[in-house]
Ligand binder design. Sequence first.
Ligand code: ATP
Length: 449
Amino acid sequence: MAKDEKSRIMNEIVSLCKRRGFVFQSSEIYGGINSCWDFGPLGVELKNNIKRDWWREMVQLRDDVEGLDAAILMHPKVWEASGHISEFTDPLVECLNCHRRFRADEISGDKCPVCGSDKLTEPKMFNLMFKTFIGPVESDENVIYLRPETAQGIYVNYQNVMTTMRQKIPFGIAQIGKAFRNEISPGNFIFRSREFEQMEMQFFVHPDDAERWFEYWRQQRWNWYLSLGIDGGKIHWHQHGPDELAHYAKDAYDIEFDFPFGRKELEGVHNRGDFDLSRHKEFSGKNLEYSDNVSGEKYIPYIIETSGGVDRCALAVLVDAYTVEPEKSNPQKMRTVLKMHPRLSPIKVGVFPLVKKEGMPEIAREIAQELRKKFMVFYDEKDSIGRRYRRQDEAGTPFCVTVDGQTLQDNTVTIRERDTLIQVRTKIDEIAPMIEKYIENWERDKGIF
Ligand code: ATP
């Protein structure tokens, strides 16, 4: 696909996100703030559905992974131990002509990518952590950081979780939460922002078992993206070469996705060795060794990490789902539809009266209220039925239920399915079970009606 075509698609997705209430620019009425985004009514549903799905898969369905919600602010020594104070830096280059700043690795050649000037400064290392002060005194000893990753909250709680939940190695701890990075060049919509959410799981293992668990988690995480209905042809593995490996990592693979702006990381799966717990042992002075009751062996566990971004996952789902196709009834016209997995769809059912009279709105409202007990529902009586369908297509809503003249006679409604556009008639009390069954059995490019 040509570059112009790709950026056109990205622009269309960004404007759909705004139009339908997925994503707004943060502080928009003040001109916006670069690199921060607000998730609107549909965006928060999409993110919640992704997070719920991840949590179910990683915590609820397993007896060897526990959940955690650690504080964003942590003891500053944590970041010394983790290496973030000394290592969490990017090389920053400034153009002395237009004064734009870039990450050195984003510049090819020795010219400013914006104004073309060759007056570039030498790269300076720039720490990506946001700094603030704890308490009222703004002094050096009160400096504190907004966490740049959720992982450290897990490491410092490894013994708390293990003992309270009576876990033994191998076991894991999972957490979803905000992280903050003062990125030099944020961009590509919600792909790289300065405030974002991570879904991370740290699995503690015997050093001899680390490679086996690393392979296991790579497979699990890959399968999860497929289970979200994401096109398997658009995700890829990228193994970090020796010059890409982070200071802590023994081995690392990224799951990458084909975004319109290029193939980019969605999630990292890392074998972190014993780096994290050894460092926290050293800096805290606490014994973080694991003691095996059966063999009597004492050792620092290795950690296998799976670290994904909620916002990047949401963007991948939106990009993957975004479809513009000729309308079936009128192929001259195009319809825009988000063909995402119905499990992720922000709204599961649109409920409409065909016309705003003859008692249809009353029945439709009653149906909507009943369905709300199970699903997110959108009731709509404005505009023509065709426009109402189209609005829900753009929101990714898998079903539209319409109350019409026949409903008044036999208590049946039509249900229209988003992807195949097939409509069936069903009894009102069969709507909910039908939707549940469909969501459970949904497969890409297949309808079940
Ligand atoms: P990148 O190379 O793209 O900067 P990274 O390798 O620094 O990413 P990690 O530190 O491995 O990323 O973070 C784990 C995950 O957190 C990433 O795979 C991504 O999904 C998410 N993430 C990291 N930085 C950002 C960001 N600035 N905005 C949104 N999500 C992010």
